[in-house]
Design a protein around this ligand. Structure first.
Ligand code: SF4
Ligand code: F3S
Ligand code: FES
Length: 230
């Protein structure tokens, strides 16, 4: 069947601003939106530029705005979207070309929360044990694939790009609540700054947008409680 797509295009070498172009492709309703976009790229216009890799919801590279909501194009079925399916780059980052945005500020914020285990104590003979109960405190936030769908759907981030954003807070949560880590206080100081967790206004767009189903707003709330009560 014919599927109608409306894709935002922007070539910095020739365009002053982004504009939309319409395309029609032959697809099955059970195909993913990524398949339809790749048909445009493969059969109609090879200059269409996007990021994608795994095509199975694992790498997090094809986050984009689909009919007004952030999602991974490889996880969205055509049958679940009204046509024309409007495809735009994620909002709040500068556009490099077409659907490709500049992710560098996003990754800089991620790095700012020290997203790795810190423990300078002597290594035990075998391993650093952890109870199941302790593990479950941060199980949810281990699932992040850094797609940026949360941060680029957050109105607070749109209004203030200095806000560290929900994805970085999810990364901070993952280590603050890890019983093996010893830098929780340091991370709490980082995310307790003016542009950190307290900037979150509990809008929940991040939770709605997360393709991994992470309870992002809840994780941010747990960080705030930890800031107050320890
Ligand atoms: Fe993507 Fe969810 Fe991680 Fe945000 S928390 S970057 S939406 S996987
Ligand atoms: Fe933004 Fe999510 Fe907070 S949408 S304001 S980070 S709850
Ligand atoms: Fe890897 Fe979609 S292409 S998550």
């Amino acid at each position: 069947m014919k599927v109608a797509l409306r894709i935002q295009r922007f070539n910095p070498d020739t365009d002053k601003s982004p504009h939309f172009e319409d395309y029609t492709v032959e697809s099955e309703l059970t195909d993913r939106i990524l398949d339809a976009i790749l048909q445009v790229k493969g059969l109609t216009d090879g200059t269409l530029t996007l990021r994608k890799s795994c095509a199975h919801g694992v790498c997090g590279s094809d986050g984009m705005r689909i009919n007004g909501r952030n999602a991974l194009a490889c996880r969205e079925l055509i049958m679940n979207h009204k046509q024309p399916i409007v495809i735009e780059p994620m909002k709040g980052f500068s556009i490099i070309k077409d659907l490709v945005v500049d992710m560098e500020p996003f990754f800089n914020k991620y790095k700012s929360v020290k997203p790795y285990l810190i423990n300078d104590e002597a290594a035990p003979a075998k391993e650093r044990p952890q109870s199941e109960k302790d593990r479950m405190k941060f199980e949810d936030t281990t699932k992040c694939i850094l797609c940026a769908c949360c941060t680029t759907s957050c109105p607070t981030y749109w209004a203030d790009s200095d806000f560290v954003g929900p994805a970085a807070l999810v990364a901070a949560h993952r280590f603050i609540f890890d019983s093996r880590d010893r830098a929780g206080e340091e991370r709490l100081d980082i995310v307790g700054e003016k542009e950190g967790a307290w900037k979150c206004r509990t809008i929940f767009n991040c939770t709605d947008a997360c393709p991994r189903g992470i309870q992002v707003t809840q994780a941010i709330g747990e960080i705030k409680r930890k800031e107050i009560f320890g």
